[in-house]
Ligand binder design. Structure first.
Ligand SMILES: [Zn+2]
Length: 83
């Protein structure tokens, strides 16, 4: 699988996380059956974002999963610098 740059993976994840949370808030605000559908859509977007991150948030050198709480700029598996 061709790796996507980590900065792009992060950007896409943030955009879809915000979208998912907005859908949840919107669903709660709407109420009724339509609101429930919007809430479910929000969860699908959020879960999809997590799956996307697990698949693509990998070290470009050793291809190990970096982990969601990633604070430093070095791979925890091979120690190479990540950009
Ligand atoms: Zn690595």
């Amino acid at each position: 699988m061709k790796p996507i740059p980590l900065s792009l993976v992060t950007k896409i994840s943030i955009i879809f996380s915000i979208l998912g949370i907005l859908l949840l808030i919107l669903g709660i605000a709407i109420g009724s059956i339509t609101g429930i559908i919007v809430i479910i859509l929000g969860w699908i977007v959020l879960i999809g974002t997590i799956i996307f991150k697990v698949i693509f948030y990998r070290c470009p050198y050793c291809e190990n999963f970096i982990g969601i709480p990633y604070h430093n700029h070095y791979c925890p598996h091979c120690g190479k610098r990540l950009d």
